[in-house]
Design a protein around this ligand. Sequence first.
Ligand SMILES: [Zn+2]
Length: 124
Amino acid sequence: MTAKKKPDAATILNRGIKCRCPKCGKGKLFQSYLKPAPKCSNCGLKFDQWVGADGPSFFVMFLVIIVVPVAALVVEMRYAPEPWVHVVLWVPLTFILSLGLLPIFKGMFVALEYKNKTDFFSKK
Ligand SMILES: [Zn+2]
């Protein structure tokens, strides 16, 4: 196998955030919401060896449990809305942030793994 130089870290991370193949940036990383595709449809890079486990979930959960309560506290202190307003605002926002950020963070983890593990994605 020829040793091709990997793109720079910013490019790889940007591709991960867009849920694209970290190597070529064209193939889709996921075949459904969070299920990784077996390999890149463009360059053939295998995604099935990825071992990110619960890392993306941890970071998304950590971010959401900080952002939502702080936002709720700020809204309460500034506007003092009725309690039902908090329920209507923060419950959907928690779900939207969690579900929306999860593929992005998972894509970032795959990209970082591709960047930092030199032999990981080249195994046959
Ligand atoms: Zn690719």
